[in-house]
Design a protein around this ligand. Structure first.
Ligand code: NAP
Ligand code: MN
Length: 269
């Protein structure tokens, strides 16, 4: 029978601090009349993730990128997605109940390709990485929109959302993007530049409505992987891989005092 109480799903990293935080949050939310679930429930009005950014990504994937507001409670490192600290659970509940928060938009990135089961789609909120299954050079024909750009040679290509720009993308020398900009960033992973191969050495920024087409060279030996947020790994069978912002957006709860550049400053500067 459907529950009468409003439902909140809670996903928690398995470490002691996260579990302790969940225990306290449960008591407080149950007292406020919420029904709590430890797995995805499509009737939930909010999805809480207790952990770091990695846990947040895992939560979004486990919930199938459901269009229900998310909120992060940070027990990890800095937490780009995670807004609240474990010692401010009351502040979180008050701002939620009084609707004193804003909802940040997270763009969902999609890759469309063929694997051995037929047409497939992978989704991500940080990035999609295209690389070889083996530690060998791969050659990828890159098109942007309907223009054929180049044959890329190197370890692979990373396509990042604005939210993902501070993650793997940044470690590869890509640019940090203010999440209020809707764009795609294509960043080379160890590009080769020799007399034999010419590849981009910097990342390329594209408007949100353009798509990237990647056609791996035809070499049966060189299997190509499509990896979403470091979590969902799939193997291409044949044909090209199309990557684009699907237009689907997730919503992430932020305090009214949230400033992206304060997070950047405390993490990198
Ligand atoms: P992980 O390999 O255990 O950790 C990667 C690190 O990236 C963690 O410190 C994580 O924060 C942080 N991170 C994740 N998303 C971020 C974001 N949007 N902005 C800033 N930092 C972010 O993997 P994980 O924790 O499961 O996270 C998956 C992500 O790792 C992938 O999406 C990819 O971006 C990133 N990654 C980075 C590298 C690299 O930098 N060389 C290599 C592979 C993958 P927490 O500590 O809070 O979890
Ligand atoms: Mn992590």
């Amino acid at each position: 029978m459907a529950s009468e109480k409003p439902v909140i799903c809670i996903f928690t990293k398995g470490d002691p601090i996260s579990l302790q935080t969940e225990f306290q949050l449960r008591k407080k939310l149950e007292f406020r009349g919420f029904e709590l679930r430890n797995r995805f429930d499509p009737s939930a009005e909010l999805i809480v993730c207790i952990g770091g950014d990695g846990s947040f990504l895992k939560t979004v994937h486990e919930c199938g990128f459901a269009d229900i507001p998310y909120v992060g409670i940070n027990t990890g490192h800095l937490g780009f997605f995670q807004e609240f600290q474990p010692d401010s659970l009351d502040a979180f509940i008050e701002s939620y109940l009084n609707q004193r928060y804003s909802l940040q938009t997270l763009e969902v990135l999609t890759a469309r390709f063929q694997d051995e089961d037929g047409p497939q789609e992978s989704q991500a909120i940080n990035e999609i990485v295209i690389r070889g299954a083996k530690p060998r050079t791969i050659h990828l024909d890159l098109s942007i929109g309907d223009s054929r750009i180049q044959r890329f040679s190197g370890d692979g290509l990373l396509i990042s959302t604005p939210a993902g720009s501070t993650a793997y993308n940044y470690a590869l020398g890509g640019s940090i993007v203010d999440p209020r900009l809707a764009l795609l960033q294509v960043t080379p992973i160890s590009p080769m530049n020799t007399t034999a191969y010419r590849s981009f050495t910097s990342s390329v920024l594209l408007p949100a409505d353009m798509s990237v087409l990647i056609e791996p060279e035809k070499d049966q030996e060189k299997e190509v992987l499509i990896i979403g947020d470091g979590l969902a790994e799939k193997k291409r069978k044949e044909g090209s891989i199309e990557i684009f912002l699907s237009g689907k957006q997730l919503r992430l709860m932020r305090l009214e005092t949230y400033r992206f550049w304060n997070k950047v400053k405390s993490k990198f500067l």
